[in-house]
Design a protein around this ligand. Sequence first.
Ligand code: IPE
Ligand code: IPE
Ligand code: MG
Length: 614
Amino acid sequence: MPRPRSVYRAARIAEPDLVEGYEACRRAVRRAGGTEYATAQLMPPALRPALWAIYAAGRVVDDLADTGDPTRREARCDAWIGAFTEDLRRGAGSDPVRRALVHTVRTWDLPTDGLQAAFAATRADIGGRTHPTWQAWSAYAQLVGTSFFAQGAVLLAAAGVYLPLRLRYLDAARQWVDALGVIDNLEDLAEDTAQGRITLPLEVLAAHGLSAADLITGGAANGQVAALVETLAAQARTWLDQPELFEALPPALAVVARAVTDVGRLRLARIERAGPELLCGKPRLPRIAAERILLPARLEAYVAWKFLTPIGPAQSPSARATGRPPRVDRLLPAPRSETPRPPRPHPSGARPPRRPAERLPRHVAVVMDGNGRWATDRGLPRTEGHRAGGKSMQDVVHGALEIGLRHLTLYAFSTENWRRQPEEIDGLLTLVRESVLEEGILDHDVRFRWAGSAEGLPQDVLADLVRLEHDTGNRGALTLTLCINYGGRIELTQAAASLARAAAAGRLDPAHISERTFAAHLALPDLPDVDLLWRTGGEQRTSNLLPWHAAYAELHFSDTRWPDVDRRDLWHAMDAYAHRTRNFGTSPESGSGPPVADPVRPTAERPARDAPGR
Ligand code: IPE
Ligand code: IPE
Ligand code: MG
């Protein structure tokens, strides 16, 4: 098998020892015969060696746990994992696979806890762990499978390609990974049972009148095994089908995910055809049919990755900005870490007005306008206005915490703002990011969310946004939604497209599309209605901010330019709101008006029947 020289050139791996290490990994992945090798071929050349190393190491530990003298397996696993830990410390690997893996970890500055957890789980599996339920199976599959999958995601982030896996896609991502796990388990049924191992959840076996022993000793009736395989294949097929997840991925990754899915369907077709024969041997993947999927995918991926260049450890945009590649080591929300700090008091000592909570808005959305004019009036460049505006933003967040506001949405960059000068756009995005990141807003009890479209946003901005969402996922006093690259009409258009897709796929009956169904297809389906929409800077328009959520909002316009605003203006706006009467279409005679600040819009809708999968 000739060395792929261009790949090593792209990855800047020249040292013969290292090339030898990576080659060992590549051979191991290829030998394993799964779809991993083909998947790696769809990735940019610079990333392939790292992927080989990560997969190969997983395979090595798996083999140590599964083969050879059963009494020595634990010791051999421990020795390998121990040596890896030691090699990491030394910064050099003492066998070819570890050499490549240590090099990968160091080159890309990868966190290793995911890898270590996967190794530990594989080692704990020695002696044949069984999974009584789907839940237990999935937890294990996620630990082993997702850790390697997560390493891939981490690697991409280090390369400046961030997986914009918003929390709402996590279930879909888990199901997709689970589907691949079921396929692997079914394909390995003969090998596993020959070794006395059952990897499938026992509850599924039981539902088909089967026990682990039946499969291991060959005592299972063909009909029962056929039914079991049919059920599992159908389950995997459903889990594989995650069109919305794919749409959330950057185009190049969507190509990869679709190809893996299509090959997955092909594997399932072979599995179904084999039925009870799976107990006799692994079904073979028809090469030509697989190539029919992979060849065009390679071409498509090649083109799609071109748009995401440059990719390389020393070239990622975040690496350029910060001098280091970003570290993103978890796909799940971080546990609540340190105790959040209390809000910083206003320098004047001002305190929020006391108003009964029911008279205060729950959700305030702000069009922070007037930065440019503020700067121009002072003979400063517009960017200076945005810098000063960043300070106002911080003070207003502290004020929101002090008054106990639950939802604050700040409009920082609209889809229309791309029409400004590139220097202003750059400055604006950098300053918004800095005011959230560097001034410690998120040390407080603030859950950060981002509303907007990924398209056009620099990868490092995107990476920060998604990471912040994820890191503050468990915070709760105030939800701060930052609208960056946000456009209300785009949001509505995308919801409509999402509904249309669900209907076309038969998951949604158009007759049952209600307001609630529609809202469930918005990008942030749980964002509550806006009670108060406040714009500073003297203009009186909403400029495409949250058209769905603000349909019944009270409007408040103030002349102060945003850089001159502080938390007292927020409190003033909220106070003005407290004096408003909200009717929601009722009249005083009807006597059924909802209480102030609790907008329950009358609705004749039926509850949504579909589960849009978000
Ligand atoms: C608001 O200030 C900030 C953004 C639009 C991002 P502007 O930059 O619009 O300021 P004016 O309206 O030109 O004064
Ligand atoms: C709205 O302000 C957008 C933001 C505050 C982010 P603009 O200043 O861009 O709005 P228009 O163009 O004056 O309506
Ligand atoms: Mg403006």
